[in-house]
Design a protein around this ligand. Sequence first.
Ligand code: HEC
Ligand code: HEC
Length: 333
Amino acid sequence: MRMRVAVIAAAAIAAAAATGVGVAQNQEPIQPIVPPQQVNLGKVELGKKLFFDPRLSKSGFISCNSCHNLSMGGTDNIRTSIGDKWQQGPINAPTVLNSSLSLAQFWDGRAADLKAQAGGPIANPGEMAFSHTLAIDVLQSIPAYEREFKKVFGKDKIDIDQVTSAIAEFEKTLVTPNARFDQWLLGKKDALTANELAGYKLFKESGCVACHNGAALGGTSFQKMGIVEPYKSSSPAEGRSAVTGKDADRFNFKVPTLRNVELTYPYFHDGAADTLGEAVDVMGRLQLGKKFSADENAKIVAFLKTLTGDQPTFALPILPPSSDKTPRPTPFK
Ligand code: HEC
Ligand code: HEC
């Protein structure tokens, strides 16, 4: 087995050396997405159930998947999300796809990682509007959950740490390898058309990669929105300064991933750009002081659409039924 891997690797190196492709493409500012490694399968299965379970919300109506719909690129495709009592939230829901690759979670990075993030929405009055204690009461009252938590974590009582740890483990599996751009990065020269390659060249040479780089084409830094020209928004969000308290961080947002960006409209933290063409135009002008022609814009958009990878697929989890003891949901009023 080991020998076979070595032979394949040697062949790949020889092929790359012969074409010169491997060498050039290793120097790209963007790396291919790697399929999930070393996940705890028990936690993943449990986390998948929790991600889809609306009983973690006060109304019994809203699950993580309501706003991060895995049939729609891990987003809700609306400007700002709708939470408990139909409240329209203040900010656009970023995709959960590939979010494990980001340096921090949320537009302002206020959660260090996926586990720290996952407790937020359950208790957020504008999202799932529950409390951690009530969520645990619900889970503890469902015998099949009680058994599954015990099997996975080996403890008698369910706690919020187990809940967020399982959800985070599931989210680690939500990566999207094998985009056509990744196939090209890995040496398949005909994976991209000339038009898409021209778009990539513009993306690199105009300076987009200064911020949109790494495997996720984003998530590696916080950057100001509106460098050359200010960004006008009706959203109250101030970005990173809400976390650091520093005026210099006002309007600094985590650079969003451009992976699967074809699926994750509308764009920007306020969801104000409906189309990719519009988002590219705004980025060119506000971040780089560059007005792209219609042809250049179309080329960049064509490149961005090559970043759509294999979407996570799995059997829809079947959730265990509530018991007679399960606290009942509180309807919207
Ligand atoms: C009512 C809609 C809604 C629900 C329900 C919801 N989210 Fe979110 N989620 C959002 C919004 C909006 C943001 C961005 C908030 C911000 O940055 O301030 C977000 C951000 C995130 C992020 C950060 C992504 C990034 O790139 O920064 C992750 C991960 C995430 N949510 C996972 C979850 C999980 C797990 C659940 C269920 C426990 C959940 N969300 C429930 C709307 C929702
Ligand atoms: C100086 C850093 C920087 C540069 C340069 C930059 N971007 Fe961005 N980009 C950002 C930030 C920050 C955001 C989020 C802004 C917001 O939501 O307010 C963003 C958002 C986007 C979005 C929307 C993604 C989403 O899910 O909402 C697209 C598309 C995008 N950029 C493409 C580009 C392209 C194409 C270029 C080059 C023409 C470019 N960017 C140059 C920092 C940058």
